[in-house]
Design a protein around this ligand. Structure first.
Ligand SMILES: *[C@@H]1O[C@H](CO)[C@@H](O)[C@H](O)[C@H]1NC(C)=O
Ligand SMILES: *[C@@H]1O[C@H](CO)[C@@H](O)[C@H](O)[C@H]1NC(C)=O
Length: 437
């Protein structure tokens, strides 16, 4: 599950829908399987076109799709989670060296960052101190690690990999420590080099956890460890898990549901300069917000070019048209995994008219249930994460940490369907779609 991506494309019989199937592979045997599979799909799609030519279908017949196509798992091509260590693998040693980490970013950036730091601690033979969470970031959340994650489970489930402690031992609190911003996308040799710091220091402090590990060329056991850390060790805290489970059950009581990661929030539109379909006044408001946000580097943005280039989130209205075109019935329950939608009902009205069963966490949970989550952006994001991972179909309207993390986790759990609108084609009356899993 930790492999380079291979992609194959084929055309569906519909002139309006263009499908691209993405999948991952590591072994060439599997790539061969994939190519064989594409060939079969290609054959069928052409055969269907021939049939259509001879025997014209009505529009409804043409667009009718099976339950399986709408809700079934994506093609897994035989891939399955492989996280069990090899026989050569052993837990790290030299436990009197400590790695302290400040984890930055939103929930999903923190999750991947923390998993990478577990792997780094293993590579550097260090004890990992439970990471501090950055409270000063954009998300302004005062949650600690144990507010969001099940700390005890995290420590215990990685026992065979890395020693993890809640705090630095008292006698080391005032010890001199190396402060190190690790270089992003580094591999094993970089961290072996960094291990030289142990000669002079007993504690290395990492002020930011977002310096991702290399994706390729790492030993298989380190890749497996990353997966174990991310999917087995980083469980959410009990209060989050239990409310998340409740909300999923409430949704499931209506049948199958779609989780829509609708990135149509003010900060997103302002950051990307995507003002398509908005009023001049709104466009101006977003521009001013961008100008005034210090850590956003890009100030002058041509919104037309952003949209043509595929850098804009799909609008709520477009998502509605898109899901309808794919064949989802109007009775489908759609959970909106997002913060406050910009413009509120103004921009949701069209989507709601196509899919009236549109719900938010605020409509799904009671005020009392959400009380403890208010003003904790990361904990609220965790609820969205759980509901998105457990959904029958996940649709992200934009790429980003959350979209990628959820899509990956869904693959890991059995190639659950993820549908990503291809934003580059949105303006050209040809709908693009990527189905992953
Ligand atoms: C970590 O420990 C293992 C075995 O104890 C050793 O082979 C390896 O070189 C060590 N790595 C570093 C970076 O110290
Ligand atoms: C923005 O880009 C579009 C397309 O390239 C162009 O036609 C338009 O003039 C640009 N607008 C501004 C204000 O530069």
């Amino acid at each position: 599950m930790v492999n380079p991506r291979a992609a194959s494309s084929f055309s569906s019989p519909s002139p309006l829908l263009r499908f691209r199937i993405h999948t991952s592979s590591s072994i060439s045997r599997c790539v061969a399987l994939l190519l064989a599979f594409s060939a079969v799909l290609f054959f069928f799609s052409h055969r269907q076109i021939d049939e259509v030519d001879r025997n014209p279908l009505s529009l409804e017949e043409f667009f009718s799709v099976s339950e399986e196509q709408l809700w079934g798992s994506s093609f897994g091509h035989g891939y399955y989670p492989c996280v069990k260590p090899t026989s050569r693998y052993a837990a790290s040693e030299n436990w009197d060296r400590y790695l302290t980490v400040r984890s930055n970013g939103g929930l999903n950036q923190m999750r991947t960052g923390i998993s990478d730091m577990v792997a780094v601690a293993r590579l550097m033979n260090a004890t990992l101190v439970i990471p501090w969470l950055d409270k000063k970031s954009f998300w302004q959340d005062s949650s600690t690690f144990s507010d969001i994650f099940d700390e005890l489970h995290f420590i215990k489930s990685l026992q065979g990999d890395v020693r993890i402690v809640k705090e630095l031992p008292k006698e080391l609190e005032s010890a001199p420590r190396a402060r190190k911003h690790f270089t992003s996308w580094s591999g094993v040799s970089y961290y072996e080099e960094m291990a030289r710091l142990w000669k002079d220091y007993q504690v290395i402090h990492v002020p930011k956890s977002d310096s991702r590990l290399a994706n390729n060329g790492l030993p298989i056991d380190i890749q497996k460890l990353r997966c174990r850390a991310l999917y087995h060790a980083l469980h959410f805290a009990a209060s989050i898990e239990s409310l998340g489970k409740k909300l999923v059950e409430r949704l499931q009581s209506h049948g199958r549901y779609i989780a829509l990661h609708l990135r149509y929030e003010k900060d997103m539109l302002s950051f990307t300069g995507c003002t398509y379909g908005l009023s001049d006044l709104e466009a101006e408001e977003l521009r001013i917000m961008r100008e005034n946000t210090n850590h956003w580097k890009l100030k002058k943005i041509n919104s037309t070019e952003q949209r043509i280039g595929g850098y804009c989130p799909v609008t709520p209205k477009e998502v509605g048209i898109f899901l309808q075109a794919l064949g989802y019935p109007p009775s489908t329950w759609i959970y909106i995994a997002a913060g406050e939608i910009y413009g509120g009902d103004t921009y949701l009205a069209d989507l709601r008219s196509r899919f009236p069963n549109l719900v938010f966490k605020e409509t799904l949970a009671t005020t009392e249930e959400l009380q403890n989550f208010a003003s904790h952006a990361s904990q609220t994001a965790a609820l969205d994460y759980i509901i998105s991972v457990e959904s029958d179909v996940f649709v992200p309207s934009y790429t980003g940490n959350m979209a990628r993390a959820v899509e990956g986790h869904r693959r890991f759990l059995g190639h659950r369907k993820t549908i990503s609108p291809d934003r580059l084609l949105v303006d050209h009356s040809i709908w693009g779609v990527q189905i992953g899993g």
